[in-house]
Every structure is written in C-alpha cells, then in structure tokens.
Design a protein. Structure first.
Length: 166
C-alpha cells in the first residue's frame, strides 16, 4: 500500500476537486454569470430579481428542490442508474469477483445446510444428494482455480448465472 501513496493522493485530490470544489465553484459561477449577463440586461427580469442576493435566494429556493427531485428520479425512477451500475460492474473485476464469490458461497451454504438438517433429523443422505454436493464442489473448485482477474470468467459467470447452476 505504501508504494501507491502518490496515486492514492492523486485519487483523493481528484475526488475533492470534482465532488466538492467544482460543485461550489460551478454553482457560484452559474449564478454570477446568469445574473450579470442575462438578468441585469433585461428590465423585466430586474423587476423580478432587483439585486444579486435576491436572485441567489430565489434561484436556490427553486433550484435546490428541483435538483433534489431530478437526483431522486435518477436514482429511483429511471433506468439511468441501473445502466451506470451495469457499466461499473463491467469494468471493475474486483466487484464482480466479490459478487460471484458470494453467489457461489450462498449456493454451497444452502446445499450444505439442507444436508446437515437432514443428517440432524437422523436421515441418511441419498447417493444422488452426495453426488450433487460433490459435483457442486468440483464446479466451484475448478472455476476458482482457473479464473483470472484479467479474464472475463467472473463476468461471464455473473451474466450467465443460470447455466452455472444447471
């Protein structure tokens, strides 16, 4: 981790710059430019916004709730956010790996718990149940030993999860 100090600093710098500094500077810039280049030149608009401070207060009181609603719609009501998440998973092998590992562990745990409950109830596992568990273990073992981060194995598993369970 120490070898990446420069890149980590660069990452944090970019996050602070793009998420915070440019946000506030952009808002101030937009309000200033629209007032002094547009509103100040039209008497009708000056009647509505007699000075810069009143313009900022009115614009913020209308703009902030509108922007919140647009953000809410983006996250909750449109397909835009889903597309972003899909792209994020497509390009980030670490997150896909975690998702795939979780899916495999969940399936294995469910199968094992089913078998353990049966054994605890005093029943024996059938030959078919034992073979099914062994087959699942082989599939997971083979998959985890042959995949690489740079390959598309995890992504293919993720996008075609039903064929894995087949």
């Amino acid at each position: 981790m120490r070898q990446n100090v420069g890149f980590r600093g660069w990452f944090y710098f970019r996050q602070g710059w793009s998420n915070y500094l440019t946000f506030f500077m952009g808002a101030i810039n937009t309000l200033t430019i629209t007032y002094f280049l547009a509103i100040e030149r039209y008497p009708v608009l000056i009647a509505i916004f007699p000075n810069y401070l009143q313009y900022v207060l009115i614009a913020c009181s209308i703009g902030v709730p509108t922007i919140v609603l647009v953000g809410y719609a983006h996250w909750k009501k449109t397909a835009a956010r889903k597309a972003e998440v899909d792209i994020f998973y497509e390009v980030n092998p670490y997150f896909v790996r975690v998702l795939v590992n979780t899916e495999m562990m969940l399936e294995m745990n469910l199968k094992l718990n089913e078998r353990l409950l049966k054994i605890q109830a005093g029943k024996k596992l059938s030959e078919e149940e034992s073979k099914e568990l062994s087959k699942l273990l082989e599939k997971i073992s083979e998959f985890t030993t042959t995949r690489k981060f740079r390959s598309k194995d995890d992504w293919n598993f993720f996008t075609d999860i039903d064929s894995y369970h087949g």
